[in-house]
Design a protein around this ligand. Structure first.
Ligand SMILES: *Cc1c(COP(=O)(O)O)cnc(C)c1O
Length: 357
């Protein structure tokens, strides 16, 4: 299906005001957005237009009942300044998985990918050229039908906005293993990138920060024992030479970076186990000196090395040396900028010949 996406360009680009060496985190947006509306069972009028405020009815259902989901992706630049996307169909599929869980309509994978390609084609000059920088893309959908009452909305907006991002979290992170609050329970929405999941994580994250940590390490809802994931990252441990990452049991977000890192580690000859792992097992390995490396994976940060994990009254200090994690990070960064061969076929080049229509 070839989507006819109409492009209307701004006469006043803000690009000239941007200092790519100094991009404030999450507050800079590009000139345009992709937008389309769902009504009467179909997506209508897909278009790229100047980014502007969206009038919202005070009864818009997303504001009351939280029918809102999102994705996170990055566009980078490769050889000959070609804009590149990383596994965009995977984001499209996950978006629809999230939509299904929240009773929202799906967006055809072709429309999702075409939307992202078109906005990146228009905004390619906003992709920061610096190493480790990228144009962060935020596709999202929310219920905009004005209605008081509990049912699935009948109208939605699907939008993609873009924000240039410098290298995120280059420092090592400190995690606080949370034993009071939970992120997701079996049967809940943990596997969806649902806005409400992040609302529920704000208070515990603020409390962890007040204790001197960067992020929460989430444990399972039933026993507060099994390690799940971190803020917006999945987690990996290197224990006695092999890697372990929690299996995605239905309450863990299935990270695309997680999936890519599993492939890269296997390709580099490591064994990777996807299985439940408790915080006590981890501490036991650490005490025996077998916990060699630990890192989080996610689109925003790619790979973030973990420096320490706080659990109850203990603080586990991890090795400063993360040779394999660093190597995997370099490989992933290299693939995303075409400095390393893309043998898994993860990269999608974007044409910058904009269709004007
Ligand atoms: C987005 C996200 C991740 C990472 O997913 P990627 O596809 O690798 O970006 C992990 N956990 C949570 C809770 C997330 O929201």
């Amino acid at each position: 299906m070839e989507q006819q996406i109409k492009i209307t360009k701004t006469a006043n680009s803000k690009l000239k005001d941007i200092d790519f060496d100094n991009i404030p985190l999450g507050t800079t947006f590009t000139d345009h957005m992709f937008i389309c509306e769902y009504k009467n069972g179909s997506w209508n009028n897909p278009r790229v237009e100047p980014l502007e405020l969206i009038p919202t009815h005070p009864a818009a259902m997303a504001l009351h009942y939280g029918q809102a989901i999102f994705e996170g992706m990055k566009a980078t630049v490769g050889n000959e300044n070609t804009p590149l996307l990383f596994r965009p169909e995977e984001n499209a599929k996950r978006f629809n998985h999230s939509a299904a869980r929240l009773g929202m309509p799906s967006v055809p994978v072709d429309l999702f990918v075409e939307a992202v390609k078109q906005i990146v084609g228009v905004e390619h000059n906003w992709i920061p050229p610096q190493d480790g920088s990228a144009l962060y893309l935020r596709p999202f959908m929310y219920a905009d039908e004005p209605f008081i009452g509990m049912r699935a909305a009948t109208s939605y907006k699907f939008i993609v906005i873009c924000s240039p991002a410098g290298p995120f979290f280059t420092k090592k992170i400190r995690l606080y293993a949370e034993t009071e609050y939970i992120r997701a329970a079996d049967g809940g929405t943990g596997e969806a990138k649902a806005a409400g999941n992040y609302a529920a994580a704000i208070l515990p994250t603020e409390k962890a920060k007040a204790k001197g940590y960067d992020q929460v390490l989430w444990l399972d809802a039933n026993e507060h024992k099994y390690i799940q994931e971190v803020g917006t990252m999945n987690i990996f441990f290197k224990i006695g030479g092999k890697f372990i990452t929690p299996s995605t049991s239905g309450s863990i977000l299935k990270g695309i970076t997680r999936d890519s890192v599993i492939s890269l580690l296997k390709d580099k000859g490591f064994e990777v186990e996807e299985r439940p792992i408790t915080i006590d097992e981890l501490i036991g390995h650490a005490k025996e000196g077998k916990l060699e490396e630990a890192f989080g994976t996610g689109t925003a940060v790619a790979i973030a090395m973990i420096e320490a994990i706080g659990y109850k009254d203990e603080v586990l200090t991890l090795s400063n040396d993360n040779p394999v994690s660093q190597d995997v990070k370099n490989t992933l960064d290299g693939i995303k900028t075409q400095k390393i061969e893309d043998k898994f076929n993860w990269i999608l080049p974007v044409s910058i010949e904009e269709k004007v229509g």
